[in-house]
Write a protein that binds this ligand. Structure first.
Ligand code: ASP
Length: 446
């Protein structure tokens, strides 16, 4: 299983040897997705409301629906649980090995110096697309003020909006805070940024120490990587059922009312995310070794899993595997860029935050000047780096951005109803962004 391979530079590297994305898995996952949504619509009170034919009592119906949801979601929860269990050791070992296997500091330096500006540039493009879309479509203009006030009042009354404002720190303090002084705590808190930075530092150190000394550590990392990938292989076997359950549960609970009241806003985010997808495909066509068709075929499982789980972190092992197995990208590229990108490169989230912020500003009648819009762009880039790669956090971080442009955070109550569906879409874009970056760097850095 632990086959030896030669890396692009000719050194022997150990392959994880795990074929976790089986042929045909894509179809099965897609069928799971379609069945999950259909099943959910069949039962949802906003869909066919199937249970109402057999049960009249509303309370009893709600109870049964919640039990059904819980049961069908179970395989999804197990799937996600298995992945979450191994994601931290996998990220740590992948980054350490990605750097150590690259064999020389010059390569890592080259990669670092290209990938950081690339991430910032694509995030800026993504936010600009969002800003153009929201300013063109203007979904918040002439918004029904009664509906807005009601949402704000109820949020105030229930204290429902969780806000996460960045501490009032100076820039040097913020930079200093990026150093993972307590890696054990970073693991417990699942602070991915700290985990990634700690792994990069260890990887760089290993690179400068003679191989005989570092071999025990790199071998341990390889073993851990093998074990974690094997566990992910198990998880992938239940992926189609997991996707069925996750989507079934979401569809049962989805209030279509929420969707119609902010339908134009939802469409704006969706259209802008699609435009960002087109940007990626153009980048792939121009700067990678793949045709658009090859690329899309290589990433389809990744996209469906990202869509169903709303978590780039949970999707990350599959992203790495698809990048290596299906697109044939080099380990030292994928295992550095994908974990890093999952943590700091969230183009979909940034775009969504920009659209949501301007939509709410329009709804509240707050006029944004050009300098405020530029400030919004900069804050959103920063916020998307700090947003953890898990479901629903993009909207929490949005409160910080709103505070910066003088829009009441309670306005979030208006868009919370459609957050899950938009989260699914933006997470799909987030992971596509990471794999696009890896594909481009794979060609660019030889
Ligand atoms: N769910 C997103 C992700 O994991 C983050 C967010 O926008 O909430 O990429």
């Amino acid at each position: 299983m632990n086959a030896q391979k030669r890396s692009a530079r000719g050194e022997i590297v150990h392959d994880t040897g795990e074929q976790i994305i089986q042929t045909g898995l894509w179809y099965k996952i897609l069928i799971g997705m379609a069945l999950g949504i259909s099943f959910g619509l069949l039962l949802s009170p906003y869909g066919a409301d199937g249970l109402s034919y057999v049960i009249n009592d509303a309370d009893a119906k709600a109870k049964i629906l919640s039990t059904i949801s819980e049961w069908i979601e179970l395989l999804g929860v197990i799937f996600l649980g298995l992945i979450k269990m191994v994601v931290i050791p996998l990220v740590t070992c992948s980054i350490i090995l990605g750097i150590a296997d690259s064999g020389n500091m010059a390569f890592v330096k080259k990669l670092g110096l290209r990938i950081v500006p690339y991430f910032i540039l694509t995030t800026a493009i993504s936010i600009s697309i969002g800003l153009c879309a929201v300013n063109l479509i203007k979904p918040g203009m002439n918004f029904d003020q009664d509906r807005l006030n009601m949402a704000v009042e109820s949020a105030r009354a229930e204290n429902a909006i969780k806000t996460q404002t960045f501490d009032d720190l100076t820039i040097p303090q913020r930079i200093a805070n990026m150093i993972p002084t307590n890696p054990a705590k970073a693991n417990v808190d699942r602070n991915m940024l700290h985990i990634v930075i700690a792994a990069i530092i260890v990887g760089l150190a290993l690179l400068q120490i003679p191989t005989e000394t570092t071999l025990p550590i790199t071998n341990l990392c390889r073993s851990i990587q093998m074990v974690t990938m094997h566990i992910i292989g198990w998880a992938m076997q239940i992926a189609p059922y997991a996707v069925f359950g996750l989507l079934g549960k979401i569809t049962i609970g989805l209030g279509l009312e929420a969707l119609t009241s902010v339908g134009l806003y939802t469409l704006t985010v969706f259209a802008a995310l699609c435009a960002m997808m087109v940007v990626y495909l153009i980048l792939i066509k121009c700067f990678s070794d793949f045709s658009i068709r090859e690329f899309l075929r290589g990433i389809r499982e990744v996209q469906i899993i990202a869509f169903s789980t709303s978590s780039s972190a949970a999707t990350m092992p599959v992203t790495i595997q698809a990048a290596e197995e299906k697109l044939g990208l080099r380990h030292e590229i994928t295992r550095f860029i994908i974990p890093l990108g999952t943590t700091v490169n969230m183009d979909g989230t940034a775009l969504y935050q920009a659209v949501a912020a301007v939509f709410l500003a329009q709804a509240f009648g707050v006029d944004l000047t050009l300098s405020e819009t530029i400030l919004l762009l900069i804050t959103t880039i920063g916020a998307s780096i700090g947003t953890p790669a898990t479901p629903g956090v993009g909207i929490v971080v949005l409160a910080t951005i709103l505070a910066g442009i003088g829009v009441p955070a309670e306005g979030i109550a208006l868009i919370i109803g459609v957050d899950r569906i938009l989260d699914m879409c933006r997470t799909t874009i987030n992971v596509t962004g990471d794999i696009t970056a890896a594909s481009i760097m794979n060609k660019w850095i030889k």
